[in-house]
Unconditional design. Structure first.
Length: 251
């Protein structure tokens, strides 16, 4: 006698209980509760998963990626415009490009552990899709798009204030930022005198030298920076000096 197939009681478009539980854990980790969980699920649904489950009527994340890209660019642009009033349009554009480029988005996605939540087709899974940079970057943008639709721009900004903005402030993108020029412009606006940079120490062996540089304004120390090169140390010192001058204005 032939055995009857076990009936599949899963509703069309509804994820398995184990998958829903995993996304519940993600929301706890992010401290974000989606009002419409379906948007969160969609943000992590790759087209290969949809293609392999056609009867389930799932929706992939490509449209959310499109929206998230625009929301992310707007949010980062507003943050940079407000944070760095001395920067020119060209400098702001260059910095924004570094922040929202694929390698940066991949870093953000990996730090949040997004890869393990992506819903992939078996073929994509076997070919390493879960760790593919372009796919991870897309998921980060899709998540931003989903969060925007679910809770608005304010929620997106709150998320970026935890995940992204602090990296800018600690200098993660300093390789594209010319802090020395910004500091010079800031000082010239106030006619406060001449800036001087001085190497005050060199640490470590010759093959791994670390330079320590001090920047001063009219013999008053503004900041001390460290770096593998003299230029890097000067840039870090200038960054700290800018922060010190801005704090003085706010006080």
């Amino acid at each position: 006698m032939a055995m009857k197939k076990k009936a599949n009681h899963q509703k069309p478009g509804v994820l398995r209980e184990s998958e829903r539980a995993a996304f519940g854990k993600l929301q706890q980790e992010l401290n974000i509760a989606f009002k419409q969980p379906a948007l969160l699920y969609q943000a992590f649904t790759h087209s290969s998963y949809v293609n392999e489950h056609r009867r389930r009527h799932y929706t992939d994340n490509e449209r959310l990626e499109f929206l998230g890209d625009a929301v992310l660019e707007l949010s980062v642009s507003h943050y940079l415009y407000t944070k760095y009033p001395e920067m020119s349009e060209g400098e702001l554009t260059k910095l924004r490009a570094a922040i929202v480029c694929e390698p940066s988005l991949v870093t953000f996605a990996n730090e949040l552990g997004f890869g393990k939540y992506i819903l992939l087709g078996k073929g994509e899974e076997l070919t390493g899709g879960r760790t593919r940079p372009a796919l991870l970057a897309d998921v980060f943008e899709s998540f931003v798009g989903a969060l925007y639709l679910d809770q608005g721009l304010e929620a997106v900004v709150a998320f970026l204030e935890v995940v992204l903005y602090p990296k800018v402030e600690i200098g993660a993108f300093s390789h594209v930022m010319d802090y020395k020029s910004q500091l010079q412009e800031l000082v010239q606006q106030k006619n406060n005198g001449a800036l001087t940079y001085e190497i005050i120490d060199e640490k470590g062996p010759a093959h791994s030298r670390v330079f320590v540089t001090r920047v001063s304004l009219a013999d008053k120390e503004l900041g001390i920076g460290n770096g593998r090169s003299k230029k890097e140390a000067e840039q870090q010192a200038a960054q700290l000096a800018i922060r010190k001058l801005q704090e003085a204005v706010e006080d």
